[in-house]
Design a protein around this ligand. Structure first.
Ligand code: BG6
Length: 494
């Protein structure tokens, strides 16, 4: 860290006028400055089209921190240190002169290291990368250059491959940091700690003891002001290709040979390669899509998806998706992974549920419980971060009846603090040159290869309408049938 502190660093944000800078990047940088993790000589350089000045950018960045920072009140001295060297380069992303100006600014200030951050609409990535190369901003003589690229990284396997080729013409893989902000979440990292720092669960973590796995990422928000992007994406591109598949790989991967970027990512890629491809009719049978109509969420009446500004009236974009995945390797053969994600569901929740097999003989009756024994491990990733093991205990009384009980770890109660924001960790790792929590080239392409098969099948068998669900519910009856046909149930929090 002391080495980092004495260097000079420019963080160049392309698309600095957008939402991500204000809501996530600057609040995260503020926290890092507060924790004394950033170089003394930090330059923040914004690059965007709008007619802003250095001063105006600085005001905007400050306002973003004041509004979105997790530690309040804001300390003016830290703010001053963070924003002391703020520069704005006004340019379109296609204009080579803008990149020359940027290059001169970096040279003029004798900045050693440069972190380039693409927070623009994804359509701009290709041209930005190309012009960064043309202007020589992809390399430095006495320091490093790294590039952070936000999702979506392509929209199918073809476009992701084209982007990959363009990126690799200009940058080496070691310089490239593809963000999936789920990996920056403390509780997501804890999946690996839980699995590989404790020996007791690992022997149970396979087809012999696990009946199935459920991964749910549910949100209460709707499409908001992002219809233009979202209607072309749907859950499959917005959540499945990246966040859901990341959670699948972390849950299913083998222990890496070491905790470093290559070893961890090698194991993750193996899981993606072992996913049984969903093509044609298989893709139709193993996915379920639906779209929300108006309803009540968090006590508020909200419009349906098609009534949101910018959504075409005949849209068949899914706002809820469930999929049944199989990982064809020795550990997981025959164990279904049910994943689902949707907008306008009843609650905001991300959890991984490991459902263990039943005891071979049932000797006791369940108290107030029909059916299965609740041998379940729940990794709650948000918002109530923690881990819970559910099992049966003898209910008090003269008859042998079993009651479901829990052993529980709660992050906040245990550590007395809320987990930090994902972007804090990710920005710091990038500055320190640790790519473990970023998506590697072959990883993102494997994710897309799997996802593109599904997209192609949906195109091959088009639908005129999707099943609909009222906002604030867990989906149409079809989503329950989807899992019940396997004799299983979704685990919905009450
Ligand atoms: C983003 C998606 O990647 O993740 C959004 O584009 C989604 O649609 C968000 O709302 C969810 O992130 P989080 O951290 O709130 O679970």
């Amino acid at each position: 860290n002391s080495e980092i502190k004495s260097t000079s660093l420019a963080i160049v944000i392309f698309g600095v006028t957008g939402d991500l800078t204000r809501r996530k990047l600057l609040p995260a940088l503020y926290e890092l400055m507060k924790a004394e993790k950033l170089p003394e000589k930090l330059h923040l350089i914004g690059f965007a089209r709008r007619d802003w000045s250095d001063e105006f950018l600085r005001e905007k960045l400050q306002a973003g921190i004041e509004e979105h920072s997790r530690s309040k009140p804001i300390d003016p001295q830290i703010l001053e240190r963070l924003l002391a060297r703020t520069h704005y380069v006004q340019s379109t992303f296609e204009d080579f002169q803008g990149y020359q100006k940027l290059s001169e600014l970096i040279k003029g200030n004798r900045i050693q290291n440069v972190l380039l951050y693409l927070a623009t609409p994804p359509e701009e990535y290709l041209v930005i990368v190309e012009l960064l190369g043309k202007s020589g901003l992809n390399k430095r003589e006495n320091g490093w250059t790294r590039i952070v690229i936000e999702k979506p990284y392509g929209r199918d396997i073809e476009s992701a491959t084209i982007l990959e080729q363009a990126v690799h013409r200009v940058f080496s893989e070691k310089q490239v940091y593809r963000i999936d902000h789920y990996l920056g979440k403390e509780t997501v990292q804890n999946i690996l700690v839980f699995r590989f720092a404790n020996a007791i669960f690992e022997p149970l973590w396979d087809r012999r003891y696990v009946d199935h796995v459920q991964i749910t990422v549910s949100e209460t928000v709707g499409v908001g002001t992002r219809a233009g992007y979202y209607d072309n994406a749907g859950v499959i591109r917005d959540m499945f290709q990246n966040h859901l598949l990341q959670l699948v790989t972390l849950t299913a991967m083998e222990a890496p040979v070491g905790f470093n970027a290559d070893a961890v990512r090698d194991e993750k890629v193996k899981v993606l390669k072992a996913l049984r491809p969903l093509r044609g009719k298989d893709a139709i049978q193993n996915t379920y899509r639906a779209q929300y109509v108006s309803g009540t969420v968090d006590g508020k009446r909200v419009p349906g998806y098609k009534d949101e500004a910018g959504v075409p009236p005949d849209s068949v974009t899914e706002t809820l998706l469930a999929a049944r995945l199989y990982i064809d390797n020795w550990r997981w053969a025959g164990v279904p992974f049910y994943v689902r994600s949707g907008k306008r569901l009843p609650t905001r929740l991300t959890e991984i549920v490991i459902r263990f097999r039943q005891a071979p003989l049932s000797l006791f009756d369940w108290h107030n419980l029909a059916g299965d024994a609740p041998n379940t491990l729940v990794l709650s990733l948000q918002p109530d971060e923690g881990i819970r093991l559910e099992f049966g205990a003898k209910a008090p009384g003269p008859i042998n009846q079993i009651a479901p009980v829990n052993m529980e770890f709660n992050y906040q109660e245990t550590f007395g603090t809320e987990p930090p924001e994902a972007y804090e960790r990710l920005l710091l790792d990038c500055i320190q040159g640790d790519a473990t929590l970023f998506t590697r080239s072959d990883e993102v392409l494997s994710q897309w290869a799997f996802t593109s098969n599904i997209l192609e099948a949906w195109q091959q068998f088009p639908v005129r309408n999707l099943p609909v669900y009222e906002a604030g519910t867990w989906g149409p009856p079809g989503i329950d049938d989807f899992i019940q046909q396997d004799g299983r149930q979704w685990r919905n929090p009450s």
